[in-house]
Design a protein around this ligand. Structure first.
Ligand code: FAD
Length: 117
């Protein structure tokens, strides 16, 4: 059904935007706790993502390529790689992960400055 495909795509776009933005804001030098949180989040995400087929495939990606969390660039690079695995499966073009730069900006940098005051 075309309608279902549209809804699935909408959810996918919103979710990827959230995930990539989260990775783009992950600490450059994460603590052990922050690393565990990121890795656990991804495993739980793979259990709870509401599109069952998508979640199953994502769990296979997680099993073969465990989430990387040693730094912001490691986390963002890993997620970009994982998204490209999904792109490949769906016949979508590969995204250039070297060009990810400031692509994902949430406008939240100011919030953190306020917090430090
Ligand atoms: P999307 O793939 O949603 O990407 C949105 C935007 O992100 C792109 O326009 C581009 O600007 C950018 N982008 C693209 N690739 C990357 C990358 N590698 N790194 C960073 N940014 C990038 N749909 C299915 O039909 N079957 C599935 O099995 C399936 N599995 C999924 C698994 C997960 C975990 C998620 C989150 C979604 C899944 N989806 C699946 C949805 C699918 O991935 C797309 O979100 C949906 O088809 C819409 O595609 P899109 O072309 O708009 O771009």
């Amino acid at each position: 059904k075309l309608e279902n495909a549209t809804l699935k795509a909408e959810l996918g776009r919103a979710t990827w935007r959230f995930l990539h933005t989260m990775a783009a804001r992950f600490p450059d030098k994460p603590t052990k706790d922050e690393r565990t949180t990121f890795e656990t989040f991804m495993q739980l995400f793979g259990r709870l993502y509401p599109c069952g087929d998508c979640a199953r495939h994502f769990r296979a990606i997680l099993a073969e390529y465990p989430p990387q969390s040693g730094s912001r660039s490691a986390a963002a690079g890993w997620l970009c790689f994982a998204h490209n695995k999904v792109n490949d499966r769906l016949g979508k073009p590969e995204f250039d992960c070297n060009a990810i730069g400031d692509f994902y900006d949430c406008g939240c940098a100011e919030d953190d400055k306020d917090k430090k005051k």
